[in-house]
Design a protein around this ligand. Structure first.
Ligand code: 1CP
Length: 333
């Protein structure tokens, strides 16, 4: 059993395991080197030799307890034939969504497009570096994917009113997402992923009364599906106001918290394993502040099953030496 599985399944609290969201990425010079020669991000994700190499880069430097496969949540709309591009200094830009085309997609076509992602997972799972570590597969939650697919770019702070104009369209998209997210999850697990994380990065955009329709029910369907495959599932409903309600309804194996919630109240209210929380901006400060802030989380969760991680992804400006310090510190705790 890997340290992460032990924390999840045995609810053990000694030797806190650690991995970091966006642990493979632009803060690593060896990633930037590969990225420089691969300007098309989607093509990079679909190059199983390079994407498996990038997945392993942080594990060569730091004593992390998991690899997270180098891919993107937007590979799903790409697999559904919506155009997806990543523009420098802008982020993702999606093409127009055509529901008639979307309903016509079949499983074979979808799997063919995303096959290199699964091959990359398989490659990583066969490496010695991954011994006694978890291999995390992931998907975007239906709500967050819906946001990108309709809005076509990052919504930043809020959605326009017209987002919800066509409820029928939203319903159709959510049904398609449910079907293909399950296919995508199943393939990742078949090829070696032994934990699944569901990223709901835009959960914070919704009002409380919209949560059942757009977040609770669609996510629960995926959580139950992952559990039916006997694989643990971590949910990250970033920015949600009431983590307790979310956990009561969706009931993931682990919940990742963002950096805006109070970890003390989480440790008291929530009785499932917790992951994350530390503000990634702390890694941009200095060692003594990093030590203080990281210790805060370690102390608060010392009697709670806890996987160390951040409250969002590692920022591109991060100095890898700060990550090195953090990983060592958590290991020595
Ligand atoms: O080099 C570059 O310019 C690309 C930057 C980049 C990277 C490294 C993007 C574009 N995606 C990724 C990889 C990625 N994305 C991983 C790989 C594994 C790892 O964590 O090491 C993962 C898990 C994701 C997940 C992801 N993509 C999320 C959920 C987590 C989060 O950050 O909230 C989201 C929202 C995306 C969309 C996306 N893809 C890329 C960017 C810059 C974004 C976010 C843009 C936005 O703010 O809307």
């Amino acid at each position: 059993m890997t340290p992460i599985q032990e924390t999840i399944l045995n609810k053990k609290t000694t030797n806190t395991p650690i991995w970091l969201m966006r642990q493979a990425g632009r803060y690593l010079p060896e990633f930037r080197e590969i990225r420089k020669n691969n300007p098309d991000f989607i093509k990079l994700c679909l190059n199983e030799t390079l994407s498996s190499e990038v997945t392993l880069q942080p594990l060569k430097r730091f004593e992390l307890d998991a690899a997270i496969i180098f891919s993107d949540i937007l590979m799903l709309p790409y697999g559904l034939n919506q155009k997806v591009e990543f523009k420098k200094d802008f982020g993702p830009q999606l093409g127009d969504l055509n529901i008639e085309d979307l309903v016509k997609i079949n499983e074979t076509e979808f799997l063919k497009k995303l096959d290199p992602v699964y091959k990359s997972i398989k490659k990583v799972s066969e490496q010695n570096l991954i011994n006694n570590k978890s291999l995390i597969g992931f998907v975007g939650a239906p709500w967050t994917l819906l946001v990108y697919m309709i809005n076509k770019h990052s919504p930043k702070k809020e959605l326009e009113k017209k987002f919800f104009e066509n409820k029928n369209l939203i319903k159709k998209i959510l049904l398609i997402l449910d079907k293909f997210l399950k296919i995508h999850i199943e393939q990742q697990i078949k090829n070696g992923a032994n934990v699944i994380q569901i990223f709901d990065s835009w959960a914070g955009l919704l009002d409380e009364n919209d949560l059942p329709n757009y977040i609770y029910n669609p996510t629960l369907s995926l959580v139950d599906y992952v559990k039916s495959l006997s694989v643990p599932v971590i949910c990250f409903p970033r920015g949600i106001k009431n983590y307790k309600n979310y956990c009561d309804v969706v009931n993931p194996d682990v919940v990742n918290i963002d950096y805006d919630v109070d970890p003390i109240s989480i440790s008291k209210l929530i009785n499932i394993p917790v992951q994350g929380g530390l503000d990634p901006k702390v890694l941009l400060t200095d060692i003594s502040n990093l030590k203080k802030q990281a210790l805060k989380y370690l102390d608060i969760f010392k009697d709670h099953p806890y996987i160390f991680n951040l409250g969002h992804g590692v920022l591109p400006q991060t100095n890898p030496e700060m990550v090195d310090y953090l990983v060592k510190m958590v290991k020595d705790y």
